[in-house]
Design a protein around this ligand. Structure first.
Ligand SMILES: Cc1ncc(C[n+]2csc(CCOP(=O)(O)OP(=O)(O)O)c2C)c(N)n1
Length: 298
């Protein structure tokens, strides 16, 4: 397989089909699980970009969603619950030429991993975070998560919830993510488009995919998500943070879920800033962790 440099510079382009990016690992998810849509969307995006698997790393924590890397033909790290973010940051800084993709759930990302999320966004780590948001802990059989609606009765909230659910989109806009998008996982066309654009974006891209859990969330069915999702209007100005926040707030008031590209901006990424720092202090033109390690050797 001959790899040529992708115009994005950090990606290597090859000609492959979506199925070429899929491993033959046996299926693990329940029938009707929304995570299948996320996987299909990701595989399509990878083929459309033409990304070389040798330059692709799929990092995850723990959960049904965090098992997605099993099915992707790439390098992968199945880490600790909630710790995909810092591990992926290390991968990206050590090898800025690789394309880093995090896949994980709402529990993994916003409960146990919640402390890491603001820092991925504010640091503008050059990677994509695909959050598979099913509003419940699936793997551990149905505890409430930070995105659970209070109407849902779960094993840990048998009389319903008493907390306001977290809005992943507002959260990411607030903490400085430079690409923020959302779709229903069953809308594979939109999901794969947003994943592709997010992967080609230079900076921290956050894509929230509403993914039904037919086994442990009986209120957010595929139909409920489908009906609630509403594409942002064509004249939505995704370069305007205020407009993005207003659109999210308005949708929430109308009990709708805004979908599409919500916000996108450009600012230096963490690896670019590190490269500059290394150049300033160490005299290296190209940032390379191995050179720093060599420098530190006695
Ligand atoms: C330190 C630690 N605490 C708790 C767990 C148990 N645990 C495994 S997955 C999970 C939640 C998964 O939910 P989510 O991230 O929403 O993914 P889903 O399974 O719904 O796709 C929990 C609590 C664990 N593995 N490690």
């Amino acid at each position: 397989m001959n790899a040529i440099l992708h115009p994005q510079m950090h990606l290597h382009k090859v000609e492959l089909k979506p199925k070429d990016y899929k491993t033959d690992a046996p299926s693990f998810w329940c029938a009707g699980c929304g995570h299948y849509g996320v996987l299909t969307g990701l595989l399509r995006a990878l083929a459309e970009i033409g990304i070389d698997q040798n330059y692709l790393v799929n990092v995850s924590g723990i959960g049904c969603s965090s098992r997605l890397p099993y099915f992707v033909n790439s390098y992968k790290m199945h880490t600790l619950h909630g710790r995909a973010g810092p591990v992926a940051t290390g991968v990206q800084l050590a090898r800025p030429d690789l394309s880093v993709v995090i896949t994980g759930g709402d529990g993994d990302g916003f409960s146990i991993g919640g402390g890491h999320m603001p820092h991925l966004a504010r640091k503008n780590v050059n990677m994509i975070y695909i959050l598979m948001d099913n509003h419940v802990y699936g793997l551990t059989k149905g505890q409430c998560s930070p995105t659970s609606r209070p109407e849902m009765q779960t094993t840990t909230t048998p009389y319903g919830g008493v907390e306001e659910p977290l809005d992943p989109i507002m959260y990411m806009l607030t903490y400085g993510a430079t690409y923020v998008a959302q779709a229903f996982a069953g809308n594979v066309k939109l999901a794969s488009q947003l994943i592709k654009d997010g992967m080609e974006h230079k900076g921290f891209a956050f894509v929230n995919l509403l993914s039904q859990c037919p086994s442990f969330n009986n209120i957010d069915t595929a139909q409920t998500f489908k009906d609630a999702c509403e594409q942002l209007p064509d004249d939505h100005d995704a370069s305007d943070l205020g407009a993005a926040m207003n659109a999210v707030r308005a949708a929430k008031q109308a009990c709708r879920i805004p979908t599409g590209l919500i916000y996108r901006t450009e600012r230096p990424t963490l690896d670019q800033r590190m490269a500059k720092l290394v150049e300033n202090v160490g005299g290296h033109k190209d940032y390379d962790l191995r050179k720093i390690i060599d420098l530190a050797r006695p």
